[in-house]
Design a protein around this ligand. Sequence first.
Ligand SMILES: [Zn+2]
Length: 427
Amino acid sequence: MSEYLIKNVAVLGGTPTDLLLRDGVIADPADAPADAEVIDASGLIALPGLVDLHTHLREPGREDAETVETGTRAAALGGFTAVHAMANTEPVADTAGVVEQVWRLGREAGYCDVYPVGAVTVGLDGERLAELGAMADSAARVRVFSDDGRCVSDAVLMRRALEYVKAFDGVVAQHAQEPRLTVDAQMNEGELSGRLGLAGWPAVAEEAIIARDVLLAQHVGSRLHVCHVSTSGSVELIRWAKGKGVDVTAEACPHHLLLTDELAATYDPIYKVNPPLRSAADVAALQEGLADGTIDIVATDHAPHPHEDKDCEWAAAAFGMLGLETALSIVQQTMVDPGRLDWAGVAERMSYAPARIGRVSDRHGRPVQVGEPANVVLYDPGARRTIEPSESASLSRNTPYRGMELPGRVVATFLRGKATVLDGKLA
Ligand SMILES: [Zn+2]
């Protein structure tokens, strides 16, 4: 394996220094051998390898949309060294067998560590608990459980899941969507949904579940994670719950930090996502919540869909958009460039905190310093690039940022000292 001497890199945007990546760890640059590969990183910043708590890799079952290999290639290009793969595959990841399969595919591909998320209920059907303990004990060592795509709407089942995961320090990651309030919902409920004639997805359908779940988590003394928070009311509820000492964490997605429901007026299903794009006031509240720590992390909800599932009329189209390759740029644009977060804050929200929540912080989300695993991203915040879907490593093309000029570029990604990306390309 090559050894890399990275010269003049600004760790977390600080004073430029040198880093040596050797034998999978960050080593003292004074020990660099003469044949080390030298990377001039002047103008670049180093961040810890990013960790995504919410990725859809689609394998097994929907290899026409994405595979573990293509999804983790996209992840590496986005600066990620670990992703948590959601359970809504076909078959559903609700047994030790399926989560071990996904975990093994990730290891074989080698671009990024893949941590499978286990389903909360069998088949995501919301009726009985899946084999949570068997998945936790498997080689995949599952700690995050979610029916994402569907809400665990039955309060008794949700309570049982929260109680059960305590045995192995797991967490239930809830897709907060009250199903009866969102039958046939297509976009954010508001004045615009009425005008466009699309069924509305009201904020209260998200907020009611979050309110219930933080109270349940408090009642049973367990750990709750709220997926893709999208409304200002949700931010308020989580702020309140944290103030009460509830063990709750929350994520926001890049698209909810930038885009608003006005894009639905185009009727272009590229903007159709669940939860839906919300109002400008909601976007502002999410940015504020992410800045003050009410929202702990950024998670991509990378949701690949093949052309035929998106290139149709709005009501028939699938929910979801790509996110891995653009997440850091969107966070730079919405949070760093306007002064809401510094790079240390980005490292916390895109690496340290997601690794802690997913219980992988012995290996990922570690500081960029001597002795730590060499999971490192080199990023050029001064670059600009125009998003061209055909350049994506994903098998799908459903990016809402097509044609947009975004700041920043991932120059290199290292997974345990091995380059997965160099010069902005897969190594
Ligand atoms: Zn979801």
